[in-house]
Design a protein around this ligand. Structure first.
Ligand code: SF4
Length: 220
């Protein structure tokens, strides 16, 4: 009896759902241009019952595609780790993934932005990751991931107008942030502004711990 109870506990069910998702993503060949790569999704993406999930664009060639951990091994990853640390969050406390689970490359071999079709192909995996991890707070890193969430639960947010704002979204809180890549830092959102934006993630985590009524009154 004890063994059966443990096997069927919510934590075990969540782990089983996650393992099934990992196996399906590993076998996925839906995007023809991604066939030489494999999905960056495993227990190394973080805590499967995390309170906060970060969603980026796609694994980078020198980053997640090489290390098999999203946002690690390249400058975007180092920036991301620094911004997390600025609000006292550790990697072990979060779950991090991408709108497209495989690394998109141009013919030259350089990273490219995933196409709309590739992001749409991967949206069911994104929906199931959110459903399985069930985070209270979702943080998007860049416009591609903010757009990708529309296929999971529709919203009208834009990165330019809503960056750093805490929003109600599908029974969770959503915080749109810029991507931490060196290119974005140089052209769209400097380090000081990004560090300020991350304070909204800390605020969202505090709001998420409040009862529904109190939280809704405070979310602007
Ligand atoms: S990006 Fe997503 S949908 Fe496309 S092949 Fe990889 S896992 Fe499959």
């Amino acid at each position: 009896m004890t063994a059966d109870f443990k096997k069927d506990s919510p934590a075990d069910a969540r782990r089983a759902a996650f393992d099934a998702l990992v196996a399906e993503a590993a076998a996925c060949r839906r995007c023809p241009a991604m066939c030489g790569r494999s999905a960056v999704l495993s227990e190394r993406n973080g805590r499967v019952c995390a309170r906060v999930m970060f969603v980026g664009e796609a694994p980078g060639r020198q980053g997640g595609d090489r290390t098999r951990v999203p946002f690690s091994g390249d400058q975007s990853g180092r920036n991301f780790s620094r911004y997390l640390a600025s609000i006292g969050l550790r990697r072990e406390e979060i779950f991090i993934t991408n709108a497209a689970l495989c690394n998109p490359r141009a013919e030259s071999g350089a990273n490219r932005r995933p196409t709309r079709r590739e992001v749409a192909n991967c949206s069911e995996f994104l929906r199931r990751q959110i459903q399985t991890v069930d985070p209270r707070v979702v943080v998007t890193l860049g416009a591609v991931s903010l757009d990708a969430l529309r296929a999971v639960e529709y919203h009208r947010l834009s990165l330019k107008e809503n960056v750093g704002q805490v929003q109600e979204w599908g029974g969770r809180l959503l915080v749109p942030l810029y991507h931490p890549s060196p290119q974005v830092l140089a052209s769209h959102r400097r380090e000081a502004a990004q560090l300020a934006d991350y304070k909204s993630v800390a605020r969202a985590l505090g709001l998420a711990a409040k009862p529904d009524g109190a939280r809704r009154r405070e979310v602007k």
